[in-house]
Design a protein around this ligand. Structure first.
Ligand code: SF4
Length: 370
């Protein structure tokens, strides 16, 4: 079992909080897509014939590609990899790229899940984040995808934005619920240095929300969505029953994946590689930075990804994969967190209760091996 990820690193406008690898020079897009077809051929051995079960188009902005171009990448992948059992194919879309025509064409492809970068249903907050769409555009994009017949929709929301408190967040959650989306990813804003927000912070024009407000907004998100029937199954992810994100879940469960595109990461169980190139270099040839993973890397990654998910750490797996002393060490270090009820130990699993996910970083770091 494996996943395939296509990275489309282009954006028409750069959001104020974004430090992802992306470029605003759209004229390179057609050549980059052709280079991605070449990379598919070049990397056909990377997954050692593993069956592909999920495909994901992320970015950047994959909705800058026509549905036909997206399907052409899927068709090419199907010639090179075993894609007979692909269940979930997701495309990220910017709400203002989703016209009726784009949505109808998309419904004719194999893509069966759409991830919309809504971020907020408040026009002031959207403008502050330099998003391209309005709240109404976002709602209309969801409806267009639904009308076209795609019934697995996820949206992204951002919370913890200074100056836009509980009432704005409450409204965004209410609108998301009213639209009946199946999945919501909710991220706390982090102000990265090399972004417009980072520069505003340096000039004293912006600050992070304080811890108390962060927790309040996190709790609001958790309470509203779980009360509406969404399962809080990962720190930043909520799903209606049966609608967990399969592709992203596979990252959290150590499943192998091949990333295609400038800046995309890949992992085949032994090593990770990624291209750090500019799109201009990527068009000419593909070069990778390789990372061999040590046992400590594998251990820390397992602890981190597992504790971010509702299922948590399996003590049996820890014993089997890393040895009994490792499992004993984790259990010993976990005692303090268990006493403070930030961790629970039940049926051989050590997990953070979803309402405490907010402090997961501190718990995870305390269990790392160095
Ligand atoms: S659309 Fe996404 S990738 Fe592009 S600038 Fe905005 S947040 Fe970054």
């Amino acid at each position: 079992m494996a996943g395939l990820y296509f990275h489309i690193p282009f954006c028409k406008r750069i959001c104020s909080y974004c430090d992802f690898f992306r470029v605003a020079e759209l004229s390179y897009l057609p050549s980059v897509v052709e280079a991605m077809h070449c990379e598919l051929e070049e990397q056909r051995e990377f997954l050692h014939d593993k069956r592909i079960e999920t495909i994901y188009f992320g970015g950047g902005t994959p909705s800058l590609l026509s549905p036909k171009e997206l399907q052409r990448l899927i068709d090419h992948a199907s010639e090179l990899f075993d894609c007979r059992e692909v269940g979930e194919i997701t495309v990220e879309a910017n709400p203002d790229d989703v016209s009726d025509e784009w949505a109808e064409q998309l419904a004719k492809t194999q893509i069966n899940r759409v991830s919309l970068g809504v971020q907020s249903f408040d026009d002031g907050e959207l403008k502050f984040m330099n998003r391209r769409h309005s709240a109404q555009d976002a709602a209309e994009a969801v409806r267009r995808v639904q009308r076209a017949g795609i019934s697995n929709i996820t949206i992204d929301l951002i919370f913890g934005v200074d100056g836009y408190g509980d009432a704005v967040l409450e409204n965004s959650i209410a609108q998301a619920l009213e639209l009946g989306v199946q999945h919501i990813s909710a991220y706390h804003l982090t102000i990265e240095p090399n972004t417009a927000f980072g520069r505003r912070r340096e000039r004293g024009l912006m600050r992070e929300v304080d811890e108390e407000q962060s927790e309040k907004e996190f709790r609001l998100m958790h309470e509203r969505l779980t009360a509406a029937g969404y399962e809080h199954y990962e720190v930043s992810n909520f799903a209606l029953p049966t609608y967990r994100a399969k592709h992203n879940s596979s990252y959290w469960h150590g499943v192998e994946y091949l990333g295609i595109g400038a800046g995309a990461h890949s992992y085949n169980g032994e090593m990770r590689h990624y291209s750090e190139q500019s799109v201009v270099e990527y068009i000419k040839s593909r070069e990778y930075v390789e990372e061999q993973l040590s046992d400590i890397d594998h251990f820390n990654e397992y602890v981190m990804t597992s504790l971010r998910c509702a299922e948590g750490i399996s003590l049996d797996y820890l014993k089997e994969r890393f040895g009994e002393p490792s499992a004993d060490r984790v259990l010993r270090l976990a005692q303090g967190w268990i006493e403070s009820e930030d961790l629970r130990f039940d049926a051989g699993r050590l997990f953070i209760p979803a309402e405490r996910f907010m402090i997961s970083d501190a718990v995870i770091e305390s269990l790392f091996e160095v």
